[in-house]
Design a protein around this ligand. Structure first.
Ligand code: ATP
Ligand code: MG
Length: 355
């Protein structure tokens, strides 16, 4: 059987608590299903800074590069507010993204039936919602040069960020979105602002060409990103896979998150380019942060971390049935009325100790 190597980076705050629940699932899958996972552990964020004076050590970076997939908890907290910028906890995650070249960020927004009432929208608009936002993560205006503040004199300054996209960057993210669509409902909506941005014109052209060349079996639609944001709130169930750039993806995925209720529910995956054998580097993490306000109390919702592991089974190991089962188990637990405090509703049974 092929070895399946995982690197666990629990991090800070509620990261280790959430990761502890995933460790139980891995142990169960090894013992009962012969899944053959091997795990290694490392430090990231504040805990790595305390141990090594860096947000991630070189030896843990090497482990991350060698692993089939990285499971990441969360980093940061008030304890490290004053550490130097280069070694702040978030630098560990940014280094991982950069060195593993994780250009594709996948953020599903799934509304579990039992939680339709927790949405910011009417329950009927989100019940059964299951969309996937594919955000380009390593290019665009967050990284483009020049990026600076220039002093113009006369008390005036100019802040500059530059949106840059090259053909290959758009091609590869479009490819990821089309491939994923084939495993779902065969529909992709691409969002940009081609009416006011040159990078948007190129985005639109390259997505269209990539589609024509290799994915004409998938239904492709284009939408201006502002109209897309509006549609996401007006009628979210019209979407299946949305592909968009770094900036729009950042905003639209936060909007989509609020459609589903709590931060404690949302998983994510960040994928790199396939190597010659078709294997991708990948990192899976909950969307929520380290939640220092509730850390150590045993009340954190572990579902986002568990659902991130389900994405890992699906995308890194092609264990589709196991991923489906794990997601079904999450839905069943919610249906049975068990809740952590963040998704508590009347008539439900709360787990975790509360002070
Ligand atoms: P970051 O900057 O790392 O994203 P943040 O401060 O923006 O962190 P979180 O750390 O995610 O956000 O916390 C925001 C709020 O949501 C907090 O009040 C926290 O307690 C709550 N929260 C976040 N994740 C969970 C969870 N898994 N279970 C319960 N509550 C959570
Ligand atoms: Mg945040």
């Amino acid at each position: 059987m092929t070895a399946r190597n995982l690197l666990l980076l629990p991090g800070d705050g509620i990261g280790p608590e959430a990761m502890a629940e995933v460790r139980k699932i891995i142990a169960y899958m090894n013992a009962e299903l012969g899944a053959g996972f091997t795990t290694d552990e490392g430090l990231v964020g504040g805990s790595a800074y305390d141990a090594h004076g860096a947000a991630i050590s070189e030896s843990d970076m090497e482990k991350a590069l060698a692993a089939d997939a990285v499971l990441f908890g969360a980093v940061g907290g008030p304890k490290w507010d004053d550490v130097p910028y280069e070694v702040r906890p978030e630098a560990g995650l940014l280094r991982l993204r950069k060195d593993l070249q994780l250009f594709a960020n996948l953020r599903p927004a799934i509304c579990y039936p039992a939680l339709a009432n927790a949405s910011s929208l009417k329950p009927e608009l989100v019940e059964g919602l299951d969309i996937l936002i594919v955000r380009e993560l390593t290019g665009g205006v967050y990284f483009g040069e020049p990026k600076e503040i220039i002093d113009l004199g006369n008390g005036q300054k100019r802040g500059i960020d530059t949106q840059v996209y090259d053909t290959y960057e758009i091609e590869r993210i479009a490819g990821v979105a089309f491939e994923l669509a084939r495993t779902r409902n065969n529909r992709v909506c691409s969002m940009e602002k081609r009416n006011v941005m040159k990078s948007g014109v190129l985005w639109n052209q390259v997505v269209t060409e990539t589609h024509k060349r290799s994915y004409s079996d998938v239904k492709l639609e284009h939408m201006l990103a502002d109209a897309g944001g509006m549609q996401l709130v007006r009628a979210p169930k019209q979407f299946d896979v949305i592909v968009t750039d770094n900036l729009f993806g950042d905003m639209l995925s936060d909007v989509a998150a609020m459609l589903t209720g709590s931060l404690g529910m949302l998983p994510s995956a960040s994928l790199g380019a396939p190597d010659v054998k078709g294997r991708r580097k990948a990192l899976y993490e909950p969307v929520h942060g380290s939640a220092p306000d509730i850390a150590g109390k045993g009340i954190a919702n572990p579902i986002a971390m568990i659902a991130s592991f389900a994405m890992c089974l699906r995308y890194s190991f092609n264990m589709i049935a196991e991923a489906d089962n794990l997601e079904k188990a999450i839905a069943e637990v919610l249906d049975s009325g068990v809740r952590t405090g963040d998704i508590m509703a009347e008539g439900c049974r709360q787990v975790g100790t509360v002070e």
